[in-house]
Design a protein around this ligand. Structure first.
Ligand SMILES: Cc1ncc(COP(=O)(O)O)c(C=O)c1O
Length: 384
């Protein structure tokens, strides 16, 4: 009996992501070249590598010279360990559950400590297991999110260093506004955060060489070398996007992600026809509509409805009407050659033209980080 394998469809059939490995690797390499001497690069691969695939990104970034990885949760770290990665991994999120801390110890993941309670727990767990617990201490210098209070930092460092089974390997903070307008308030906030961080470090002269000091995200890294310290934690720039327009223009960052789909139906309608839910778009001329098999459930935000264009054969084609869960519609009247089955690029490069997550973010009141993290549901991810 003949058995047809109909359980797997062509991943390039409906809609898909293409992740460019060499872009990830070369972005990492270029960033490392731009670092202040002595500073290393941690690749931030949380949220499944900003939607690119955490393992794929980690491997490419390590090949490009990254020496450690940053994740948000212990589960993300465990998955990377299970896949065989053995570089240092820092869990950037907060962990308060003893079982989760125990898992960190077991899988050799470094937790971020913000207070005495976690430090005490780490000591207890490490003593019980007979394995030293490597940890990073976070100090809040102005983000008002994780991290201990400034006035607690020295006591906490002292406390941690007195624990026989905890190894304090890093001290860090996080910048709140390095990607903002750097002539005004944003510059002042970053400067203040740096001053506060330096003040803490200065009060630990005999200790400060023992652990890794870090504060810069992509924007901090690209903006100011004095923020590089011993390490930088880079996410967005590894994926090929510069979060600030007026800095590091000579750095050749290549977008690593493309979002593609196909035309699934073409229909010609007269003038005066309502298109998609709520008829937010009414045709004002005989119109060639092209339906694409991708929607907001795939990561194309509904807030972009009627605002974006896509690329086919190097030409922009406007999207019209409401973006629906699984599909969206183009006005392809001015693209007479567009046919069912043609590949369309939503994000990425086609010929000389390109569309970036920054453009989508600006149109939908979002940020490129959120746009990228949105592609995680049912889109096959193909490595190119
Ligand atoms: C603590 C921390 N460090 C570094 C990063 C990397 O930031 P970016 O993607 O802007 O480089 C993030 C991302 O949100 C973060 O939360």
């Amino acid at each position: 009996m003949r058995e047809d394998n109909l359980t797997q469809v062509n991943p390039r059939q409906r809609a898909w992501l293409e992740v460019n490995l060499s872009a990830l690797e070369s972005n990492t390499r270029s960033l490392i070249k731009s670092l202040e001497r002595g500073s290393s690069l941690m690749a931030v691969v949380k949220a499944d590598g900003y939607g690119h695939g955490a393992l794929t990104v980690s491997r490419a970034a390590i090949k490009g010279g990254a020496t450690s990885l940053g994740v948000a949760t212990s589960q993300e770290g465990i998955e990377l360990r299970e896949s065989g990665l053995n570089v240092p991994i820092l869990v950037l999120g907060s962990i308060i559950d003893p079982n989760e801390l125990e898992a960190c110890l077991k899988w050799n993941l470094m937790p971020t400590l913000s207070g005495f309670k976690e430090a005490f727990l780490c000591q207890k767990l490490a003593l019980k297991s007979g394995v030293n617990f490597k940890v990073h201490l976070k100090v809040d210098t102005g983000m008002s999110r994780l991290g201990c209070e400034l006035n607690q930092a020295l006591n906490l460092v002292e406390f941690i260093r007195k624990q026989s089974s905890i190894e304090l390997v890093g001290i860090y903070s996080h910048l709140a506004s390095a990607d903002g307008d750097f002539k005004g308030e944003s510059a002042a906030i970053t400067k203040l955060q740096k001053t506060r961080f330096d003040n803490i470090l200065k009060q630990l002269p005999q200790l400060s060489t023992c652990f890794c000091r870090h504060i810069a995200n992509s924007a901090g890294t690209l903006r100011d070398k004095s923020l590089h310290y011993d390490m930088v934690r880079v996410g967005l720039a590894i994926y090929g996007y510069n979060p600030i327009e007026d800095a590091a223009k000579n750095l050749d960052l290549k977008p690593a992600l493309s979002v593609k789909t196909r035309v699934t139906l073409i229909r010609n309608v007269p003038s005066g026809v309502g298109v998609s839910y709520g008829h937010k778009f009414i045709t004002s001329r005989p119109t060639k509509l092209a339906v694409l098999g991708i929607g907001y459930a795939d990561g194309v935000s509904r807030a972009l409805s009627g605002k974006i264009s896509v690329l086919a054969n190097g030409k922009f084609i406007p999207q019209i009407g409401s973006i629906t869960m699984d599909q969206l519609i183009l006005d392809a009247t001015d693209s007479p050659d567009l046919e069912v089955g043609n590949v369309v690029t939503l994000l990425g490069v086609d010929g000389d033209a390109s569309i970036t997550p920054h453009e989508w973010a600006n149109l939908s009141g979002s940020i490129p980080w959120e746009v990228l993290c949105g592609f995680r549901h049912r889109l096959p991810r193909l490595i190119v």
